[in-house]
Write a protein that binds this ligand. Structure first.
Ligand SMILES: [Ca+2]
Ligand SMILES: [Ca+2]
Length: 382
């Protein structure tokens, strides 16, 4: 009896952690038989009552477990494992010129996944802002159904060219191929990032590519006179759809660089863009908000991936603001310094107190507030 009960106890717990539905009725039967046997052996009123209670509770619990198992089986027809993607930024609000650190964790049943592709799309009120395909680790020996074969900066005829001046037209060539025997609908996303780490522009297109076909695409783009000079990076991604719509990467992204030079052919010294790596995350990437014409809005980051036939996605939000813009006209200039000077030395309740000028929120307007406006001087938003 004792052995049978212990075995049933173990079996019951096995059921609770892995719900192999087929084993369940078998255990139920065994347990019922054991209860009946006990009843016969110790036959008195108390024992019978106790057994009835035990049996009734057991059947109630059993019914719940069976129902939960059914729900679990119905909702997870393919596999009992769970793919989880968690996306976050290191802060909710960023000033113009600040770096947004985007971190994500991808786990399968709680274990970090180190060979997956994650699609990343950042949108703001002006539309698409950034597209990337991030790897959670090294991926080896994969055969991609659709892949980027080549990517480089070029002239208008497609000849490779590694530098372009500001105030001119830049060109890039991207070649991609459908390796499968079926036509595929592909979203092509090209994202250019300045040497400062700030987004430059994005190109997106969507279309069907025939089986075993190769596409050669040349795109042109204007390089504004205000563009930061230096090494500019082009990132190309191919998705099944926009990540916002649940699209996932077909293949790893490809990148290429070219140099933006001044009208005299020089590039200025700018601090190099560098990604910060954090071991706590499966993947991370950064973008730096521009100091000029930063889009003052909320941004939505969409991340999607597929791994072991399972899909996962998450979203994160952040906001861009213009610190030091006291009068709210979307530029930090002499007018803002003037307002802080006018309220200088005041505290709440004073006639010249202006709460907009207390930029560090310490309840007084002093050199620290003047300093904040000066450090952000020249920043503009749209
Ligand atoms: Ca202002
Ligand atoms: Ca202050």
């Amino acid at each position: 009896m004792q052995t049978a009960s212990t075995s049933n106890y173990r079996n019951k717990h096995k059921i609770a952690t892995h719900p192999p539905f087929l084993f369940y009725p078998l255990n139920l039967k065994e347990y019922s038989i054991s209860l009946i046997t006990v009843k016969i052996r110790f036959f008195n009123d108390n024992d019978v009552t106790m057994m009835k209670i035990a049996k009734s509770s057991f059947f109630n619990i059993a019914t719940i477990i069976v129902m939960l198992s059914l729900v679990f089986i119905v909702t997870n027809p393919a596999s009992a494992s769970t793919l989880t993607l968690v996306l976050k930024t290191d802060k909710p609000v960023y000033n113009a010129g600040e770096t947004v650190n985007i971190q994500g964790n991808l786990t399968l049943d709680g274990v970090p996944v180190q060979d997956a592709l994650v699609a990343l799309e950042i949108d703001s009120k002006n539309g698409y802002y950034v597209f990337r395909t991030i790897q959670t680790g090294a991926i080896q020996g994969a055969n991609w159904l659709v892949e980027i074969v080549d990517l480089y900066s070029c002239d208008q005829y497609g000849n490779p060219k590694n530098a372009s001046r500001i105030d001119s037209t830049g060109y890039l060539n991207v070649t991609w191929r459908n390796n499968s025997a079926f036509s595929k609908n592909v979203t092509t996303a090209l994202y250019l990032q300045f040497s400062t780490g700030s987004p430059f522009l994005t190109f997106v297109s969507r279309g069907e590519i025939s089986a075993n076909a190769t596409v050669y695409q040349i795109d042109s783009f204007p390089i504004p006179s205000t563009a930061p000079t230096g090494t500019t990076t082009i990132y190309a991604s191919l998705y099944t759809d926009f990540p916002k719509n649940g699209g996932i990467p077909f293949c790893p992204e490809k990148n290429a660089t070219f140099t933006i030079t001044s009208t005299f052919g020089f590039e200025s010294q700018s601090s190099p863009y560098r990604a910060i790596s954090t071991s706590a995350s499966s993947f991370q990437t950064t973008i730096t908000l521009p100091r000029k014409d930063v889009v003052l809005a909320n941004y939505i980051i969409y991340a999607t991936c597929q791994y072991n036939s399972q899909s996962a996605s998450d979203m994160a939000l952040f906001q861009a603001i213009l610190v030091g813009d006291v009068d709210g006209n979307k530029k930090v200039d002499m007018a803002d310094i003037g307002l802080v000077c006018k309220a200088y030395g005041s505290k709440p309740g004073d006639p010249k107190w202006d709460s907009r000028c207390d930029l560090n929120g310490d309840g007084k307007i002093d050199m620290k507030d003047v300093g904040i406006v000066c450090r952000n001087y020249g920043n503009t938003g749209v």
